[in-house]
Design a protein around this ligand. Structure first.
Ligand SMILES: *[C@@H]1O[C@H](CO)[C@@H](O)[C@H](O)[C@H]1NC(C)=O
Ligand SMILES: *[C@@H]1O[C@H](CO)[C@@H](O)[C@H](O)[C@H]1NC(C)=O
Ligand SMILES: *[C@@H]1O[C@H](CO)[C@@H](O)[C@H](O)[C@H]1NC(C)=O
Ligand SMILES: *[C@@H]1O[C@H](CO)[C@@H](O)[C@H](O)[C@H]1NC(C)=O
Ligand SMILES: *[C@@H]1O[C@H](CO)[C@@H](O)[C@H](O)[C@H]1NC(C)=O
Length: 432
């Protein structure tokens, strides 16, 4: 307790120096999010360094922190490595101190502390120098981007170039948005003194731009809809055992878990072993939300039960040849269409009570593998996965998700198509 509070005092001292009070204080920040259709990853753009340059980062909702490749072309006059045993090292839960036996440059300095940047797409972590540099994002009051808000000492990790393997081309690192003190959501809210909330609205097409908001709503989408008004809330659950690639003994997970209690197809409960939906003492089981998995991944027995319930509910429609990795596909012209996508049975993730559920409509349950063929966008996660249900990117598209870290609450909108808007409808025209 004493340790935690002295750390937070240090955090406040440090962070308050990193934002010049002469500048305008932003109410919230906004960054664009696009989808790379080669890797099915979601990308955002922040501005970093001096002089400022745009850096393209893959979004990892459950990532520990922001890391970038410092080996190639990291040029900045404001880069500062974190001194060994400084408050910055404790803030970032540093793994220890180190020296570097090459000429000094960003990512290679003596007497600095290191952390473990992780690439979940290739399940690889390595060691990287902890550092601070300038980071800028557009401020917003909810309707348009406005002035650039600058954090002069944003804490992040360097990584070697090989850690970029498996990431969308042009990306130079990962924006980890997990519930740690140093991930951008908490760090930006401390720097700019806004609520410890952030929101994600993933786009669904190659040409469209979704959003990442730091801070509270409104989140205005054209035609003048405040998507924060459409949210239903559920508890965010802490998995007591870390699910990260590398972690310390006793460290809880910083990923986002929710308490799914049953799954319904067409309003009927799918018979599954509900023990798999809770998290056991070893951190196994439960439901998390991830932008790393392109489609929702279900433990085998749950997967089979959902597939069976789904095909039975539309047994009148004959499936076509299955396309891997999916389990069932239909001719699009055999399925009707609605405002919220293909006319198929709704799939509900039921949460703390019967009345709190996340409804997945055709737009998020059926993926077009060709112009004519739509497949159920869920995949088999095998028999003993760490987490039984991993809600993946496709199921999140055109849904607004708001993570409230202070109250451990998730707000979800279900499909915005129902409200006649999409995640691509933020007005990116800048206003002064
Ligand atoms: C770190 O210190 C060692 C030993 O003094 C030296 O050989 C090395 O060049 C230094 N590295 C950097 C990056 O300054
Ligand atoms: C990568 O960057 C180049 C040069 O900036 C640009 O032409 C290209 O469209 C980018 N590719 C992607 C996938 O964003
Ligand atoms: C349900 O799942 C739990 C956890 O994997 C397992 O221990 C239990 O035997 C299962 N129950 C049934 C009836 O299959
Ligand atoms: C889908 O149905 C249309 C219209 O009946 C037909 O022309 C087409 O060949 C079918 N496609 C597949 C892949 O079955
Ligand atoms: C987008 O915002 C700009 C600046 O406020 C405004 O002029 C423009 O009309 C807006 N676009 C739409 C489609 O509302």
């Amino acid at each position: 307790m004493a340790m935690a509070s002295s750390l937070s005092i240090l955090l406040l001292l440090f962070l308050s120096f990193s934002f010049s009070s002469a500048a305008q204080r932003p109410k919230a920040l906004v960054a664009p999010v696009t989808k790379d259709f080669t890797t099915l990853q979601y990308l955002t753009v922040f501005s970093q360094r001096t002089p400022l340059i745009p850096i393209h980062l893959v979004v990892d909702l459950g990532g520990r922190h922001l890391w970038v490749d410092c080996d190639s072309n990291y040029i900045s006059s404001t880069y500062r490595p974190a001194p060994c045993r400084s408050a910055l090292c404790s803030l970032a839960d540093s793994d220890g101190c180190g020296d570097c036996f090459s000429p000094p440059r960003p990512g290679c300095n003596n007497n600095t502390c290191g952390v473990s940047p992780y690439n979940p797409f290739i399940s690889t972590s390595t060691s990287g120098e902890l550092a601070t540099d300038v980071l800028s994002l557009s401020s917003t009051t909810g309707s348009n981007p406005s002035f650039l808000a600058t954090a002069s000492k944003f804490l992040f990790s360097c990584a070697p170039s090989f850690l970029l393997r498996g990431l969308a081309s042009n990306s130079t690192g990962i924006a980890g948005l997990g519930k740690t003190r140093v991930a951008p959501p908490s760090q930006l809210s401390s720097i700019f003194s806004f609520k410890r909330k952030f929101a994600l609205c993933l786009p669904s097409s190659p040409s469209s731009t979704g959003l990442l908001f730091f801070g509270d709503g409104p989140y205005k989408l054209l035609p003048n809809i405040d998507a924060s008004q459409s949210l239903i809330y559920t508890r965010l659950i802490t998995n007591p055992v870390s699910t990260a690639g590398s972690f310390k003994q006793g460290e809880p997970s910083y990923e986002y878990f929710i308490g799914v209690t049953s799954i319904k197809v067409n309003d009927k409960v799918v018979p599954i072993n509900t023990t798999l939906l809770s998290i056991d003492d070893n951190g196994v089981g439960g439901t998390k939300i991830s932008t790393v998995n392109p489609y929702t991944v279900l433990e085998t027995s749950i997967y089979k039960a959902v597939l069976n319930a789904f095909t039975s509910a539309i047994s009148g429609i004959k499936p076509v040849k299955t396309v891997s990795p999916f389990g069932v596909c239909y001719n699009a012209s055999d399925l009707g269409s609605t405002r919220v996508g293909a006319a198929v049975p709704a799939i509900d993730l039921v949460l703390e009570s019967e009345s709190v559920y996340w409804r997945i409509f055709g737009a998020n349950s059926m993926v077009a593998v060709t112009e004519q063929v739509l497949c159920l966008a869920f995949v088999d996660g095998g028999e003993r996965p760490r987490t039984s249900v991993v809600v993946g990117g496709y199921q999140l598209e055109d849904n607004l998700l708001q993570f409230d870290l202070a109250t451990s609450r998730l707000g979800f909108s279900s499909s915005l198509l129902f409200r006649q808007t999409t995640c691509a409808n933020f007005n990116f025209t800048s206003v002064a």
